[in-house]
Design a protein around this ligand. Sequence first.
Ligand SMILES: Nc1ncnc2c1ncn2[C@@H]1O[C@H](COP(=O)(O)OP(=O)(O)OP(=O)(O)O)[C@@H](O)[C@H]1O
Length: 719
Amino acid sequence: MPAASPRRPQIENHPEFDLEAAHLSGTVAAMLRQIEFWEDRERNAGADLETSVIMADEAGEHAAMLSPHVHHPYFGSLKVRVGGREQTLYVGKHAFQDVKGPHHVVGWDSEVGSLFYTQELTWTPRRGGKGTIRRRRQLDVMQKRLLRVTDLYDDEQGGDTGGREEVLLRRLNEGSTAGMRDVVETLQPEQNEAMRFPAGTPVIIQGAAGSGKTTIGFHRLAWMTNAERGVHRARPEACMVLMPNRVLAAYAARILPELGLDSVNVTTPESWAVGLLGLEKLEVTDRTLTLLLTDRDNTRRALAWRKAKLLGDARMLDVVRTHLWHKWIGALRGHALSEALEVPGRGLVTFSLDEAALLEILRTVFAQDSLDGYRAAFRREVEERALEALRVPEEHQTGVLRQLSTPLTTLLGRVFASTTPVTETRRLLSSPEALKASSLLTGREIQLLQTDPLSGIPTPRRAHADVTELPLMLAMQAFMGGIGRAVGRTLEPFDHVVLDEAQDYSPLLYALLGRATRQGHLTALGDMNQGMHGYKGPNTWDAVRGVLPGAQTLTLSRTYRSTRQITELGARIASTYNRAADVQGVDRDGAEVQRYQGGNELELIARAVKDAQAAGHTNIAIVTRRGLDAERLSEALRDFDTDAQPITTQEHRFKGGLVILPVNLAKGLEFSAAIVASADTETYDDSTEYERRLLYVSASRALHWLALVSAGQLHPLIA
Ligand SMILES: Nc1ncnc2c1ncn2[C@@H]1O[C@H](COP(=O)(O)OP(=O)(O)OP(=O)(O)O)[C@@H](O)[C@H]1O
């Protein structure tokens, strides 16, 4: 399907087209008038110069925020009746109040905006009474021009018109772009419900590949930043989105400006973790995965799997805490604090804490369990006690604390700073005694942690940590130095955290992220059936709910990404390992899946590329099994007049056009057309479930056009 042309034709398909076109012109004019007013500094003047500057700056900001929306003020309307009065509300990406006329626009993320997306026909307005929906109408607008009017629901035409599906299909037929797009105009009812699930509740959104999980996660974040969310409102700069790799993070981040989320931090769990540990240079390995893919010894594979699972077990949080408790009690032994402090007006007074008092403070600190770590909490507690014991008047408190600072820092250094989270994690794991202290682990589990099934897998030369150890190191960090969002030198909880590919996060990591964010402000997006890294993830969403009190699981049941032909092929692969593979796709017809087999693979791939281009596609991916294959093919394809940009490291970015990339980096990305290279059993071993899962990922990247290529026979699942 060719990409939509930028100048779509105007379709005067509706009896009210002219009326709507006139209303649109009126809205555009009203917006331009308002912007002009805001930009006129003379008119935004206050009583004095300072007030005038502030007012003019604020007005300038309003103008800058509204300006990008003038060319597309709204995309839909609602005819409603409230208390016997009928009114039409226009819904857009940005709310607009027309002070001098009737051309208001309500925001898509407001409470009333929600009515555009639901199936509900009545609602209770804030002011009470009863509201009835009489009509929902989609308005395609481009460059200030009305293109098309489609009624989605109209009680005068007998209710549902089928228009919502029609609008959705038109949108899905468009070509892909180099970044994730917003779906504000075509949000579907079940997606709308998941997106607006009451703020302050942790939400797990479960849905098959292409059901819009990632997209909806970003929309939920945008919804969370609306002032209507009250105490739950999130500031974009205080939010974080975790994506599985940096290529996908950059691709997804392109959705941010459209949703007004420019300053959200989109990163990977590994980058976030090593940043928090202060070890940016640390290399993160996944040796369990290497072993699972290369070792044929089933006992060793099972051992590695079980050990990885145990390292990410939620109980580990308390194993770590108990370990630190014992360690710090030991470190406090023999210590005391006694310092003569000058309190103005009272001369030198002595503040003392003996060993028992210090232990009591440690106990208090453990009970408080504060976000910024036990060392900082210990310091605060000692300082508070000093000020209280010496009854220091408020105006002298800073001076007294300054005097206490050096001896206190020395004490804290001796007790808390004798180790780092990385070292202490390894010390804990190698000590059966320390692992026993919490009584949370069984003897067999402690034994399992002493084994090293990965000994045959090489480690890098430079400092490294394995992904399976990282959550434990983060737990150590959480208690020692704190966990959260770094603001200058202090830590604050995130306003909201979104996790993509959430089936690959261990319960321990969930528990830690729960600590790092405001209570109830976590959105997890995942598909239990798409897990590629079961050894790192939870067995079920129940395990996640166990560590996130009150968490709700919501399910998206429809998939949107691909044509019927591509969705059916994917379902065939997935059904071999996943009984729930039978998902409901949007029934969108497209080209037959193309098969190229037998002969020179380079020639076949080059031909597939030409065919995809001839079918009108520009964003095309050649998907390989490994990074090395992508590099090799990218070179060799030049001889066949095919220039595919390789994306083989996390530093590469997808900028559109023809690319070649390995399946692990393709996950989460999508293209108008995709070509699966070496789609055979030599490359994707039919007897290994993991390989079949990879084949599924490769074959499910295309929106419209899919080709399968093999120099020999195609894989039996797709032949
Ligand atoms: N309501 C919608 N309107 C239009 N397009 C939609 C809608 N919902 C989802 N899509 C499109 O479907 C595709 C898949 O969305 P997305 O990548 O968010 O799904 P996902 O569930 O995260 O997939 P995966 O599990 O494969 O990562 C995207 O192209 C997205 O724009």
